[in-house]
Write a protein that binds this ligand. Structure first.
Ligand SMILES: [Zn+2]
Length: 477
């Protein structure tokens, strides 16, 4: 479960930021790795790279900083990493690796680049128990180990920003709120937060360097403290904030939890707000990826219906709806990712079950331009029923999208035209952008089920969905 969650996290997390595929590319020459608040010194010409959409990081420098023993066998091209009773083994060029719980298959094999072995970030975090954040603006990979210091650490001194004729200007926090397992800090300039996990009591400390309070508590003095009302929020006992230091200014927010063990911390900025998302494995299934702002691209959220424990409807040959929606949605994703003006974000890319509120929240937090939920229909008792239906809810923008989508689908699929319908469906009702739910065809109808499961028909349907999205986006508004 936890693995699934983090799998999803990484696929989402880097979907928006890294678009090269098929060959190694430098994620960014300035990409930094911050481990537990300290920037790792990377050997010269060692870089974070992006291979087949996987962020690959140099393993040795990370492992050694975590006090793991790293052994390199040149002949066997094998890296082994040990700490206490934990052992991990990887081979350059092989996707098969050994983690703490036995054999694992990597998405991308470790590679030797300029004498440094790079491995998928996902593997590092899962096997070494690190939580990961990505600051897209500053190109920083943040790694937080579960290692627990006995006291809250003193803040490390920030870089000196004042120079001749220049006075220091701190970033200002104008609001802090907590809800939906998210800490939301409105801040006038982006800063890179330092996140620390501590125990006794379990808590997450968010330090904002070079930051003071603005509107919300203008005269806040060092050492005084404010608290948010978190009564009734499960697992959260207290959220407090303070001006931790005065000069350099530093704001500290502490979230006290009953249990930190399953919590993954994900940090991002969305429209001037720092969002620290506490993704509890199995509870909050979709960490929101970092938004790319002002790049002029339309954000399209594709939602393959059901998944994981929720099979959806069952077809005439016992096909589970979730196994129809995912492959089709992945085809849509593949097509959309080739569009230069579109960022595609998936609510799931594997067989997992995000709840409907989570799917909605993802689209709303991203302020997506279009939301498309993909489903298959079924009426078990009436296998003769067939055809395509497209749903929207109330909004005229959703209706416009539904009309276009339906026309394209009916045209290429040739299934019976069952029409565009207004439906009070949660993912349509609670999303805030043009949103449609597609019932592509009836899995309870033998002919339609066979068609829906075929590659050719899925390719056609995927192309129709993409064509419809593009037509909708290019409409005069
Ligand atoms: Zn469905």
């Amino acid at each position: 479960m936890k693995k699934m969650a983090s799998l999803l996290l990484f696929s989402l997390l880097f979907l928006l930021v890294l678009t090269d595929s098929g060959h190694a590319a430098t994620a960014s020459p300035q990409t930094k790795i911050i481990l537990d608040g300290h920037e790792l010194v990377l050997p010269s010409d060692v870089e974070v790279v992006n291979i087949n959409k996987n962020v690959m990081i140099p393993i040795r420098v990370v492992a050694e900083n975590l006090k793991f023993k790293v052994k390199w066998d040149q002949k066997k091209q094998n890296v082994s990493i040990e700490q206490n009773n934990k052992a991990i083994s990887l081979h350059v060029g092989r996707t098969e690796a050994y983690g703490q719980n036995g054999k694992v298959t990597l998405n991308t094999a470790p590679q030797l680049i300029k004498n440094t072995v790079v491995v998928p970030l996902r593997f590092v975090s899962e096997e070494m128990g690190l939580s990961v954040s990505w600051n897209n603006k500053d190109k920083i990979v943040g790694l937080t180990s579960a290692a627990v210091p006995s006291v809250e650490p003193a803040p490390s001194p920030p870089p000196v920003v004042s120079g001749p004729g220049q006075s220091t200007v701190w970033s200002k926090v104008n609001d802090i709120s907590f809800g939906n397992h998210q800490l939301v800090v409105s801040i006038d300039h982006e800063v890179t937060p330092r996140i620390t996990r501590l125990s006794n009591p379990d808590r997450i400390v968010v330090d904002l360097p070079d930051t003071t309070f603005g509107d919300m508590a203008p005269g806040m003095k060092q050492g005084t403290m404010g608290k948010l009302d978190v009564s009734g929020i499960p697992n959260v006992t207290e959220v407090r904030y303070s001006l931790f230091t005065n000069d350099p200014a530093q704001v500290r927010v502490v979230m006290e939890l009953n249990n930190l063990s399953d919590v993954q911390v994900n940090v991002q900025y969305v429209s001037g707000k720092l969002i620290v998302d506490l993704a509890v494995a199995g509870i909050i299934g979709i960490p929101v990826p970092p938004a790319q702002q002002d790049n002029g691209k339309s954000i399209i959220v594709i939602d393959p219906g059901h998944g994981g424990k929720d099979p959806g409807t069952i077809g005439i040959s016992k096909t589970q709806e979730k196994n129809f929606t995912l492959p089709l949605a992945l085809k849509v994703q593949a097509l959309l990712s080739q569009e230069p003006d579109i960022e595609v974000v998936m609510t799931r890319e594997t067989d997992v079950y995000p709840t409907r509120p989570e799917r909605v929240q993802l689209a709303n937090t991203l302020n997506a331009d279009v939301f498309v939920s993909i489903h298959g229909n079924s009426v078990e008792a009436s296998p003769q029923i067939s055809g395509t239906e497209t749903f929207y809810y109330k909004r005229s923008s959703s209706k416009a999208l539904a009309d276009i989508m339906h026309r394209h689908l009916v045209e290429v699929l040739g299934f019976k035209d069952r029409g565009v319908k207004n439906g009070n469906l949660e993912v349509l009702r609670d999303t805030t952008m043009p949103a449609v739910l597609l019932e592509i065809g009836f899995l309870s109808n033998l002919a339609e089920e066979q068609a829906m499961l075929s590659e050719t028909v899925q390719d056609k349907a995927a192309q129709a969905i993409v064509d419809a999205i593009k037509e909708f986006l290019h409409q005069p508004s």
